[in-house]
Design a binder for this molecule. Sequence first.
Ligand code: WQD
Length: 344
Amino acid sequence: MKGKILVTGGTGFIGSHTTVELQNAGYEVVIIDNLSNSNREVLDGIEHITGIRPVFVEGDCANIDTLRQLFKENPGINGIIDFAASKAVGESVHKPILYYRNNLNILLNLLDLMPEFGVKGFVFSSSCTVYGEPDVNPITEDAPIKKATSPYGETKQVSEDIIHDVIVSGSPIKAIILRYFNPIGAHPSGEIGELPNGVPQNLVPYLTQTAIGIRKELSIFGDDYPTPDGSCIRDFINIVDLAKAHVKALERMLDDKSDSNLEYFNIGTGEGLSVLQLLHAFESATGVKVPHRIVGRREGDIVKIWADPTKANTVLGWKAEVSIADTMRSAWNWQKKLRERGIM
Ligand code: WQD
């Protein structure tokens, strides 16, 4: 094995896909997840894809005693990829204490324990929300960080500051912060994918649930923005491409490819796509029409943001590869599998 990696939140959407790519790259994976926004069956999906069932610890990373016990029972962990967090932008506005306590405690616990157990590399799941509404697109890593528009976004900004301060304080760890844009799609096998609890907040799961008839119609939150077709623009990145970026980041640290102890990378395609363009891409890629209606703007939405991924392409050696059409087909395939399995 190339090494043993702890994936926090590993039964979640991004965590499960990253676990598959870590196993494909020859790493042993230990997952800790409290299953607050995912389920144990994800482990079956991972095993069906790779033939390897990750070690699974059901537990709360916000509890330092739980984490210390995990490190004692799973010696030799070389790296950590930290996905575990509360992540609903809208919910965070109504429950700020829950978001600050949970997201920051998890991070502080991990940073505290890493030196104690000789863990070397730390990959942190951040978000393009740290940029707020960009002045210029495509956006590079040195763009100004603007005041977050939600407690969720603020926890990502504060987390980045905490990691920076811990590194400059002389901690022996290395860290890479990945700022994602909009992760979408599902593993092409249909074994794992995005499965939000309750009514989806994000565009693509709501779109595929509408396409299959679970939802009556997709609301398009505004077509009166200053964009070519009036709808918001995003950088939609395939989930498997995103997962592979994490393996690249980990290898960069574990193989000592960088003399910096802290690096930041935007993980996006570099292409801006509007909400309406994505909807039409789904319909043409799958042949399935999606009932939809233009409604009012959603509060807090950024008008347009897409990545300049040059640094990730050249320094990390990573590039988005899967087309939007194939990504839409993967999302639709996943939704149909959920129906076949009676899950939804
Ligand atoms: C995308 C666009 C909506 C739903 C958030 C977080 C980000 C990351 C991804 C966690 C917007 C429009 C959406 C719908 C719509 N989350 N939309 N109808 O807000 O760009 O990013 O999720 O890490 O950090 O900020 O993603 O998918 O919610 O919205 O018209 O039913 O789709 O208005 O323009 P968002 P989203």
